[in-house]
Design a binder for this molecule. Sequence first.
Ligand code: MG
Ligand code: MG
Length: 262
Amino acid sequence: MVYLKTDDEIELLREANLLVGKTLAELAKNIKPGVTTRQLDVLAETFIRDHGAEPTFKGFPNPYGPEFPASICTSVNEVVIHGIPNDIPLKDGDIVSIDCGTKLNGFCGDSCYTFAVGEVSETVSNLLRVTKESLYKGIEQAVVGHRIGDISYAVQSHCENHGYGVVREFVGHGIGREMHEDPQVPNYGKRGNGMQLKDGLCIAIEPMITYGSKDIYLLPDKWGIVTRDKSISAHFEHTICVRKGKADILSSFDEIENLIQR
Ligand code: MG
Ligand code: MG
């Protein structure tokens, strides 16, 4: 069931998503060698609750194991998504994808940014750049009259043209009162395929891209998803609303990028 949102609902979604951007920016100030992802999780939960919202990820159900124990997913290097925060300090040259979800006034925010820790190699920064570019290429396709497959194709072709892998098992999604609504938004697909996009459709687009093979496996903690060949992986996500002419991006990287000057 796909729920198109009213303009009032879209503004509530925007508020929840802007809070995610602010939370990620707050974390960006603290991402440096020596910091643990558990410390970042504590900062995130405090920041979200101080702004009157709930961290949607905390206690998120898992059909295969325990609920998610933290307020953010922190996926370091070869971890693609759903990394559980831990006590291992981040090192110079690492990358960490921080996925964050909020619920504010009944609506959900969902956005992810992959950060470089200290100095990273050109190989690594290229993966981050191309993954983020693919997100915006997908967003360019998110206009009335296009189809889900147009978004999927734009993401996949950009990343594969650079020789990167596109994870198939996890996808973007509709978003609203629930964090995961219909439709699914895969990062691979064919132009002209899938559901036609209508004004007011709100979706999260979230390329999960690997430097090497696209093959993944599930960690014994039943959450973390890791590349099979241990190559690094990047993940960028925006929540957007489909509009005529140009998508409306409801989340924001502006505050993050003012801080990290990328
Ligand atoms: Mg997310
Ligand atoms: Mg998402």
